[in-house]
Every structure is written in structure tokens, then in C-alpha cells.
Design a protein around this ligand. Structure first.
Ligand code: ZN
Length: 271
């Protein structure tokens, strides 16, 4: 087991031996234009192939960085590689990480809250949300809006399925992916649904006929990019794995599409 650190001062993501602490965030982070590069105090490792930087970890992010800095995540999110360019070196690092991001609806956080209305709507929303560009949003597979919790809801009983049960389903879905890609690609592949493309994606995630029809109709209606279309397929394949289903069906496509509705709405509003 390793700890994972996201040093957002340079977007350096490192795996640390167990017991070490996470890096604190650099307070100059928002000034750093050379994002996704190494902090100036650090040298580029001599052999990036042996580097474990960025690899297989979770990067947690909030939109409090300049848009240019946030957009520098686009390439590694797409390709799984980060290119670090310096005067004396141009090096490609593995950067297969999972991005988890959270943001308020507006800078003050009260937009959409009937009890504490934001006094600067709509500008407060527009200024804040514009930090995330359309292409950046398009690379985030699952968007979920979380409304404020009403006091009455706090008294409700806990959900029937708890964290332990969900964790077991996730572990089973990961095991299903391991078995799938070990069979197709080989035991060293370390692939997940999120990584596959082209023929391999077609092979594992082509939905049933009803699912195909729904996806084509929704792609048209929502204005999905080619990237978005393939991302829906990958998410749907994972939803099928969480269900323990062999094939991707209409219900998996419908749920994967629902996670992109917010992006479609936002991109439509921005256009
Ligand atoms: Zn506001």
C-alpha cells in the first residue's frame, strides 16, 4: 500500500512509501504557469521510464487555479502521459491517474440554495465555472450535482447499501476487468476499462441493439464529441461490470449518459 500525494504546486503526483505524509500544497501554486512540470528545486529524474511519478494514483483538484494551469491536465488525462519541457530536457512521464474534482456552483457557494441566495447571480456562477474549459469538462467522465442537504434529510435512516457493500462491488468489478484483460491482452497488461480504445473498446463495450440506438440518438441530441462518445462506452462497460453483467445493455448506456447531461448542458449554455 502506498500513500498518494498530489503536489499541486507543480502538479507532481508521487507515490510515497507507507507512513510518509502527503505534500502540503505550495502557496505559490496559482502562479505556476509551467504546470505539470517539476518544481524548480527538483531535477528531472535521469530515467523517466523507471519513474513512478504520476502513475496509478488519484489527483484531487478544485478549480482554484488559473484556467491555463487546469488545462495543462488535458493532455495527461487523454494520453496517460505528461510531457515536461525544460530548456535542457524534454521528457515524457507516465501519468495514468484518476482525477477527482469538486467545485461549488459559484465562488460564494450559495447559487441554487433557496435559503441563502447568491447576491451576484448570474455573474458569480459564470466567472467561477468558466475556469473549467469545455475540453477539460469533456475529459471528466462522471459529473454529479450534489444539492444542499435539507435538515429533514439528516434524520433519515442510512441507505440500505453501505460503504462496505459498495467497496465489495467495486472490488468485484476490478477483478472482472483484470480477468478480461488478462485473457485478451495478457497478465502484464494492468489495463482497466478507462484505458482501452479502438478495436479493443469495440470488443469489450459494444452495447446491445437498444443500447446502440439510445447512444446514437443521445450523441446527436447532446452534441457529444467523439471523445465523449467513447467515454460513455467505457463508463457503461464499468457499470455493467458493477452489475456483474457480461454485456453492455441499454440501461448501462442510459446511466453513463446521465452522468454527462450536466456537461452537455454547460457546454450548450457556453456556446
Ligand atoms: Zn455566488
Amino acid at each position: 500500500m502506498v500513500n498518494v500525494a498530489c503536489d499541486l504546486a507543480g502538479f507532481i503526483v508521487e507515490m510515497l512509501p507507507e507512513g510518509q505524509k502527503l505534500f502540503p500544497l505550495g502557496d505559490k501554486a496559482s502562479d505556476r504557469v509551467g504546470a505539470f512540470g517539476f518544481s524548480h528545486a527538483r531535477k528531472i529524474p535521469a530515467n523517466p521510464a523507471k519513474s513512478r511519478y504520476y502513475l496509478r494514483c488519484v489527483c484531487y483538484l478544485m478549480p482554484e487555479f488559473p484556467r491555463q494551469v487546469l488545462d495543462s491536465l488535458r493532455q495527461p488525462l487523454e494520453s496517460g502521459e505528461a510531457v515536461v519541457a525544460r530548456a535542457n530536457a524534454h521528457v515524457t512521464f507516465p501519468a495514468r491517474f484518476q482525477l477527482v474534482a469538486a467545485m461549488n456552483p459559484c465562488r460564494c457557494g450559495h447559487a441554487g440554495d433557496a435559503a441563502r441566495a447568491c447576491p451576484r447571480v448570474p455573474r458569480c456562477i459564470g466567472d467561477y465555472q468558466a475556469k473549467l474549459s469545455g475540453p477539460m469538462l469533456d475529459r471528466i467522465d462522471i459529473h454529479i450535482e450534489v444539492p444542499p442537504v435539507a435538515h429533514a434529510d439528516l434524520a433519515l435512516p442510512p441507505p440500505a447499501e453501505g460503504s462496505l457493500e459498495v467497496a465489495a462491488r467495486v472490488a468485484a468489478a476490478r477483478a472482472a476487468q483484470d480477468a478480461r484483460f488478462t485473457e485478451i491482452v495478457g497478465p502484464q497488461s494492468m489495463l482497466l476499462n478507462a484505458h482501452v480504445e479502438g478495436e479493443l473498446l469495440d470488443r469489450i463495450a459494444t452495447p446491445d441493439d437498444a443500447g446502440k440506438r439510445l447512444l446514437v440518438e443521445a450523441a446527436e441530441r447532446m452534441g457529444l464529441t467523439a471523445r465523449g462518445y467513447h467515454r460513455v462506452l467505457r463508463v457503461a462497460r464499468t457499470l455493467a461490470d458493477l452489475d456483474g453483467a457480461d454485456g453492455v445493455t441499454r440501461i448501462h448506456i442510459a446511466e453513463a449518459l446521465a452522468y454527462r447531461e450536466t456537461i452537455a448542458g454547460r457546454l450548450g449554455a457556453a456556446a
